[in-house]
Design a binder for this molecule. Structure first.
Ligand code: ATP
Length: 234
């Protein structure tokens, strides 16, 4: 579904991604794990068109997307839940969700997806008229995920959804990610919480200083000695 081939991304003179190649098949949950500053967020931003790669290719369903503007990429069916959630704090929950559907004009489909996200996160239905900024951290993460779903993505990119949340909320978010996947969305999950991410993923990639250094089935990575030492604290 998505393929990165030899992608190199720079911030000015600083090279953040080095020859990154990876692929995601339709229906999978694939995770990208790695330490702080490894290049995980840069990988997602490169896919979304936020920072175009200097070289290499990104193909979505076989079509090159590395030179497209972010709104075109969203329209093709890729949407991102950014790190730190980045909801609109002064807009209500409903208005934040409306922003997610900004590029759509199928009113009936939008209504169905609104019902879907309120089903996933009933608390958001209760807080519908409340400003996003007044929600708890966990609720803001739920809103950020819901806003991304309102774009009706076939590929959902999540950047550290567990960041700064209490363990019980993290459990809830991860099981909702599994449900969203079971309901048909392919998921690319960037996480520092490698343990949780590998438990719900089919496959995983490990990134160090801008390079992919390992890739395997999630279960194999979970039992790999080097991964356990470096990323699982075991
Ligand atoms: P984190 O988990 O902390 O978000 P990460 O794995 O997502 O880490 P990136 O945020 O992608 O890592 O950062 C990769 C590298 O690029 C780091 O060395 C970082 O300092 C650098 N970098 C990130 N954003 C910028 C920027 N706007 N300008 C310059 N360098 C940047």
């Amino acid at each position: 579904m998505l393929e990165l081939r030899g992608v190199n991304t720079f911030y000015g003179n600083i090279q953040a991604l080095r020859d990154v190649s990876l692929h995601i098949r339709e229906g999978e949950i694939v995770t990208l794990i790695g330490a702080n500053g490894a290049g995980k967020s840069t990988t997602l931003m490169t896919i979304c068109g936020g920072i175009p790669p200097r070289s290499g290719q990104i193909l979505f369903r076989g079509q090159p997307i590395h030179a497209l503007k972010p709104n075109r990429i969203v329209a093709l069916g890729i949407s991102q839940v950014p790190e730190g959630r980045l909801i609109f704090p002064d807009l209500t929950v409903q208005e934040n969700l409306d922003m997610g559907a900004f590029l759509r004009n199928d009113a009936r489909g939008i209504r169905a997806d609104l019902d879907y996200v309120f089903d996933l996160f009933p608390i958001l239905a209760q807080r519908r008229r409340q400003a996003g900024g007044t929600l708890s951290g966990g609720e803001q993460q739920m809103l950020a995920i819901s806003r991304a779903i309102m774009a009706r993505p076939s590929l959902l990119l999540l950047d550290e959804p567990s960041l700064g949340l209490a363990p019980i909320i993290i459990q809830q978010i991860f099981s909702i990610i599994e449900k969203i996947n079971a309901d048909g969305a392919t998921v690319f999950l960037v996480e520092q919480n490698a343990n949780q991410a590998l438990r719900i993923a089919n496959r995983g990639y490990v990134m160090e200083t801008g390079r992919i250094v390992m890739e395997d089935d999630a279960a194999t990575l979970l039992s790999n000695e080097a991964v356990r030492k470096a990323y699982l604290g075991m």
